[in-house]
Design a protein around this ligand. Sequence first.
Ligand SMILES: *[C@@H]1O[C@H](CO)[C@@H](O)[C@H](O)[C@H]1NC(C)=O
Length: 290
Amino acid sequence: MALFCRTAALLLKPGALSSTLSVARQYSAGGQYEYILVEKRGENQDVGYIQLNRPKALNALCDGLMLELGKALDAFEADGTVGAIVLTGSDRAFAAGADIKEMQNRTFQECYAGNFLAHWNRVSTIRKPVIAAVNGFALGGGCELAMMCDIIFAGEKAQFGQPEILLGTIPGAGGTQRLTRAVGKSLAMEMVLTGDRITAQEAKQSGLVSKICPVDQLVSEAIKCGEKIAANSKIVSAMAKEAVNAAYELTLAEGNRLEKRLFHSTFATEDRKEGMTAFVEKRKANFKDQ
Ligand SMILES: *[C@@H]1O[C@H](CO)[C@@H](O)[C@H](O)[C@H]1NC(C)=O
């Protein structure tokens, strides 16, 4: 396995992240964001699009950025026209890590009392499907952020890593848990204990990502996937997501029982009736999210 050494941590060091502020600023009025770009995409404008936008800091995940990301996700969750969400960064970096400057002088007491990084969890609790489109670096918190999403598409030059160990700490937003579940123990241990990165190809082989795309087609492929998802019943998609996620939390018997209950629940929806009726009548289903 061709793993690259050490350089990941360099990207996480404050010096390499430019001198741009790490202080969370206030949102400006009118729902504008400072650290992210937010819009609706797709032919029917039914895919929520969020682009991390701190280019000088390689999208280091400062507190302000994560708060804005949570706000944007809340807005898409509440928007009945949005059926899926795409989260991406730049061609160079999905996100190169957490903001190390913000952490440098933090004490244990501050971390524990403030439940540091707990609010990152919003990404993993949203009920609408989220696709991470990863070009460039997904390191540390960036890798963890991608893994909180439901589907990961990688650009050909993407690199994934958990280099926290090189900074004298360990992943704190699910890196040791989600990576291990995704790629297995040996590779997860190797990455977490050495800080070495894996390429998009290695990420595909190990099951971390489901698709590799040319760099310049990555976002449009992710939007296309989002459009396919958004064309289905939103309420049934939420049930499908809940059922798949349960596979990570429950025993097989409990998971199968939950799946059965959710499957039965789809029969309470008008969309299930419409879907099967359209199939029988050999026409396209017209889901109403009811
Ligand atoms: C952290 O503390 C050191 C020593 O007091 C100081 O030199 C440094 O500027 C501080 N870092 C930040 C980001 O505030």
